[in-house]
Structures are given as C-alpha cells and as structure tokens.
Design a protein around this ligand. Structure first.
Ligand code: AR6
Length: 186
C-alpha cells in the first residue's frame, strides 16, 4: 500500500528492514545502544561492527539514549547509508506516558533524517516486539505521527517506508494507514 502526503510517499511493506535501500533505516534499540535481539540484532549482524563502534562513541560522549530520542550512525555494510537508532517505550499497561514516548521516537527519527538532509527512511514497528506495546495502538501512533509530520514540517524527506516483519504486524499497519487516510483530518 502506498499513499502520498504532501509530496512524500508513505508505503507499507512486509519484509526485512536490513535489505532496504532507503538512505536510512531505523533501529528499535535499547538505551545502552550495545546491541540486542529482534530488529536490533538483525541490523548489527547485517551491518557489521562499525555500527556498534559508533554507538559506543555516542554513549561515551552523551550517555545512554533516553526513551523517545534518536541518534544517527553509519549504515556499515548495509545498503542504507545510515542507521537511526531510537528507543521506544517498554509497555507498562499505558501508565507510563507510553503513547507520547512512542510518538516522540518516530518524530525524533524524522527530525534527525531531515537535519541530515536525507530523502528516504524505513521504519520497523518500534516497541511491539520485546517491549510489548499493543500492536494496533502502536501502529496507529506510528502512522499518524508520520503523516502529521509530513503534513506540517518542512523536510527533505520524500519517502517513508514501514517494513514489517510478520503478516499480523503488516496487516495492522495497513489498517492503521487506511484509517488515518480516511479520517476527516487527514
Ligand atoms: N526487519 C523488520 N522488522 C523486524 C526484523 C527485521 N529484520 N526483525 C525483527 N523485526 P523488537 P522492541 C520486528 O523486539 O519491541 C531488542 O532486543 C519484530 O518482529 O526488535 O522495540 C532491543 O535491544 C517486531 O515487529 O523491538 C531492545 O532491548 C519489531 O521488529 C528491545 O528489543 C520490533 O521488535 C526493543 O524492543
């Protein structure tokens, strides 16, 4: 599925984000930036050790990455030139400002991509794996944050791709994008 928002394309595909050819891919990291499982493990495996080396330097300089913030490194051996690392919220039954933090994670990645004059970026489904965020709610937040950013911000970004690993997640994001595009404010 693909839609146009302002002049940018937003698309939803099922697949492996490490194979994407966008300028940047986003990593659903943890605050240590030292690697992990899930999409983070896949990105470090495919991208090689230079990504982790840059992450270590960032942590030495500015400390652990707070939830909802983002930093950028090389893409190493990936086809994407950059990896933007962000930390989504751990789900605590909705009692810990999770929605706002998840919105912030997406927003900060887009902002950083624009500051680096990137034209295209791919996102995984942040927080819905090990961090346990309910899928449909997370998909709505992800999609609506991207659509509203593209509508309201001056940016170099021309293409945003959601790359979802499994069919349930893929379906959830398709429904969320349909819902956002059908809503009167869209
Ligand atoms: N491409 C696209 N999506 C993927 C890939 C891939 N190659 N591999 C997994 N996913 P998770 P989180 C999906 O757990 O919930 C890590 O250990 C996966 O199916 O990677 O934000 C970090 O170090 C799911 O839909 O991220 C953190 O400690 C989605 O990516 C913690 O997990 C996110 O799942 C972050 O948890």
């Amino acid at each position: 599925m693909e839609v146009t928002v302002n002049r940018a394309r937003v698309s939803i595909v099922q697949g492996d984000i490490t194979k994407q050819t966008t300028d940047a891919i986003v990593n659903a990291a943890n605050p240590s930036l030292m690697g992990g499982c899930g999409v983070e493990g896949a990105i470090h495996r495919a991208g090689g050790p230079t990504i982790l080396e840059e992450c270590k330097k960032i942590v030495a300089r500015q400390g652990r990455l707070p939830t909802g913030k983002a930093v950028i490194t090389t893409g190493g051996k990936l086809q994407a030139r950059y990896v933007i690392h962000t930390v989504g919220p751990v789900w605590h039954a909705g009692s810990s400002n999770e929605a706002e933090l998840l919105r912030s994670a997406y927003y900060e990645c887009l902002k950083l991509a624009g500051e680096n004059k990137l034209a295209s970026i791919s996102f995984p489904s942040i927080s819905t794996g090990a961090y346990g965020y309910p899928l449909d709610e997370a998909a709505r937040i992800a999609v609506s944050t991207i659509v509203s950013f593209l509508k309201t911000q001056v940016t170099t970004i021309e293409e945003v791709v959601f790359v979802l690993f499994d069919s349930r997640t893929h379906q959830s994001y398709l429904s969320a994008l349909q819902e956002v595009m059908d809503s009167p404010q869209a």
